[in-house]
Design a protein around this ligand. Structure first.
Ligand code: ZN
Length: 310
């Protein structure tokens, strides 16, 4: 424990809820709380809630005898980390919101703004399943598919804040339509929503990806077919990822990773078949669960502090 018991105010803002915590520099959480985002109130109201919650957490830290030293916020969508601006987000409604400056001013603390999946990858690479790997690809598979390439503990943001969109690698030209407007993106075949949708299309019954996994494991032919299609497309996407990034470890997170060996065993085989001279990455399940975003936001804020004090 540091002498002054320093903590970072960390928030992970999602479309439905906000995970919030006070995190020590070593990555341990000393307090956590959850709040509803209620995005339908509009971006201004959401920003108001973010700032109120962050201020409340800083106050809670002081009341408990701790010293808040920085604030880290993670949001979905396109995030310009260098400028600290939430550029665009479909599910929270942000358009060019200068969240870092707003939070810094309200709290009187240095602040950092990060992309939810990128900071989640940062946390998995430094504290979770990718620990000590150096080069890590974190892939979150849920309603969509997004990724973060982490090198020596820092996640690449890209020139426009949009690095890691491996969900939109073209894997099935002419395939199912993707939310981005094109057809055949990885996300349109292998995301949890796509798997449920595909099975429902063929069977006429609404079904979740978890149910498809269960039915495939029980040997139901239609489920086996849909699950296999998704696994193979995912292996195509990961093989492309490995050609681009040559990572030591691929960490899979999000809802689909909870399928465990039902996903990892066939995926490992399919990925191995696709690799020629590329080295096979270790394929592991995420270790931090839904706290990754919050921990990553804290790490990003601490990195910012360290840079400023240099
Ligand atoms: Zn797409």
């Amino acid at each position: 424990m540091s002498e002054r018991d320093e903590v970072v105010v960390a928030l992970d803002v999602g479309g439905t809820g906000m995970k919030c915590a006070l995190v020590r520099p070593d990555g341990t959480t000393v307090h956590s709380e959850r709040h509803a985002t209620t995005a339908q109130r509009g971006p201004e109201a959401v920003v108001g809630t973010i700032l109120d919650v962050a201020e409340g957490l800083a106050g809670k830290a002081r009341a408990d005898g701790r010293t808040p030293v920085a604030c880290g916020i993670a949001v979905p969508g396109v995030v310009d980390e260098a400028r600290g601006v939430a550029v665009w987000s479909a599910n929270v409604g942000f358009r060019d919101v200068p969240l870092r400056e707003l939070a810094g001013t309200r709290l009187g603390l240095p602040a950092a703004l990060g992309h939810d999946v990128r900071v989640g990858g940062l946390a998995e690479a430094r504290l979770g399943a990718g620990r000590d790997a150096g080069h890590v690809l974190f892939v979150a598979i849920g309603t969509g598919i997004a990724a973060a390439h982490v090198v020596d503990g820092s996640a690449a943001t890209g020139a426009h804040g949009a690095a890691g969109e491996i969900g939109h690698i073209l894997v099935r030209p002419g395939g199912p339509r993707c939310g981005c407007g094109r057809t055949g993106c990885l996300e349109a075949v292998s995301s949890a929503s796509a798997i449920g949708r595909r099975y429902a299309e063929l069977s006429g019954a609404p079904t979740t990806a978890a149910e498809v996994a269960d039915r495939a494991a029980a040997g139901e032919p239609l489920a086996v077919e849909v699950w296999q299609e998704a696994v193979e497309a995912l292996a195509d996407g990961l093989a492309t990822g490995q050609a681009l990034y040559d990572v030591a470890t691929v960490v899979l997170g999000g809802g689909l990773a909870q399928a465990g060996p039902r996903l990892f065993d066939p995926l490992r085989r399919a990925l191995r078949e696709r690799l020629t001279f590329h080295r096979e990455p270790r394929l592991v399940a995420a270790g931090l669960g839904d706290e990754a975003g919050c921990l990553g936001a804290a790490l990003l804020a601490l990195d910012t502090l360290a840079k400023e004090s240099r």
